[in-house]
Design a protein around this ligand. Sequence first.
Ligand SMILES: [Zn+2]
Length: 179
Amino acid sequence: MKFCSNCGGLVEWRIPEGDALPRYICPSCHTIHYQNPKIVVGCIPEWEDRILLCRRAIEPRHGLWTVPSGFMENAETLVQGAARETLEEANARVEMGNLYAIYNIPHINQVHVLFRARLLDLDFSPGSESLDVRLFAETEIPWTELAFRVIHEPLRRYFEERQCGRLGFHMGTIEEIRG
Ligand SMILES: [Zn+2]
């Protein structure tokens, strides 16, 4: 951030009085611009023993596969956000089920929330952000072509747990890989 979104003045990066962390502060209008993590919400749409994945038509990870998910919008609930993303990316209608996973990704300031969901019908097709939308059985999942680590981990666990017939909620943290 360079300019104040309130008055257009140059902002400074410093710790406000009584605070513990540096923030963008506008010396002209005295606005403190707090920045907080973003929520990414999505779901695993299920149809019998298969799940629906979308092949991304946008960067990052163009051409790779992921579950329907995206940034939560203001004024919506988590369930509404997950359903909206599924409709936008896959033109698919779902009934949202249980909360399945929450992943913290501190190094990119995101929290990912993933539900299980039941596809209501097979009338789905790629939305504008998808190249393709398909149902995959466990043996067909393109593991090496998944777009994000935060999708890989819950999907692995999902199929393991489904074999045992016991799907439970998990919370995890995706750490930065340092090379
Ligand atoms: Zn200002």
